[in-house]
Design a protein around this ligand. Structure first.
Ligand code: UDP
Length: 239
């Protein structure tokens, strides 16, 4: 018998930038297709996959990409950007044989269905990929926090935070040749060392709910699958 995945249900957090590829902004189709391939591998293992996607490739309210604007308005624009990314990602999934459903935290019923927790759980049990759009639905939050929140709500065993680097390092691996990757680290050490894995709200939620976070690279071939198989990949942040 083939080895079993270590997790039954995961929440994958992709930043908006992850969809840009080498472009300066927007959505790069080839990049999305690569991400979908990685997700397909773990779906084929029988793992239930929910995704929260950011919007930074299109619009960022929180970080001041909208200087002079009312903060809440800018944040709503950021949330709408995540809806566009979610539609693009789900479309690519549906074209490659996966079944994806987008659920929005903000009501835009003509475009995507609203987030309803029992329905999301049902889709996951049916093997569909659920893409959570519009973050938490509230300004002053981020999609990292949405990932922690939805992850806790759906009973995900782990939040997988996709970054450009394949884990958390003791120093910047681009600058310091002696930087080593941590296999695992505690929430307390991550806070103490100010590692900035997620924003503070997201991080506190994961810590309180004892929801482990795996930091890994979605652009390393097969990394998502290795994470799900419980192999040594990325960095696990745990209680
Ligand atoms: N946003 C928000 N509330 C949320 C999630 C997102 O207001 O619950 C807004 C916020 O302005 C943020 C933007 O949407 O800057 C895009 O999300 P984020 O910055 O988390 O995207 P990422 O960095 O992952 O691409």
């Amino acid at each position: 018998t083939s080895p079993k995945p270590a997790y039954k249900r995961i929440l994958l957090k992709l930043s908006g930038e992850a969809l840009m590829g080498d472009d300066a902004f927007g959505i790069n189709r080839a990049t999305i297709v690569r991400i979908v391939d990685e997700v397909t591998e773990v779906i084929n293992l029988g793992v239930e996959v929910a995704i929260v996607i950011g919007g930074g490739n299109i619009f960022r309210g929180v970080a001041g990409g909208s200087v002079g604007m009312d903060r809440a308005t800018a944040d709503y624009m950021g949330m709408l950007a995540t809806v566009m990314n979610s539609l693009a990602l789900a479309d690519a999934m549906n074209k490659t044989g996966l079944t994806a459903r987008v659920m929005s935290a903000i009501a835009i019923d003509q475009v995507v269905e609203p987030y309803v927790r029992p329905k999301a759980l049902q889709y996951l049990e049916e093997g569909k990929v659920v893409v959570f759009a519009a973050g938490t639905g509230n300004p002053f939050f981020t999609t990292d926090t949405a990932a922690a929140l939805r992850g806790a709500e759906i009973g995900a065993e782990m939040v997988l935070k996709a970054t450009k680097v394949d884990g958390v390092y003791s120093a910047d691996p681009k600058k310091d040749p002696n930087a080593t990757r941590y296999t695992e680290i505690s929430f307390d050490d991550a806070i103490g060392q100010n590692l900035g894995i997620m924003d503070a709200t997201a991080f506190a939620l994961c810590r309180d709910q004892k929801l482990p976070i795996k930091v890994f690279s979605i652009f390393k071939n097969g990394a998502l699958k290795r994470v799900v198989m419980g192999e040594d990949e990325g960095t696990l942040v745990h209680a």
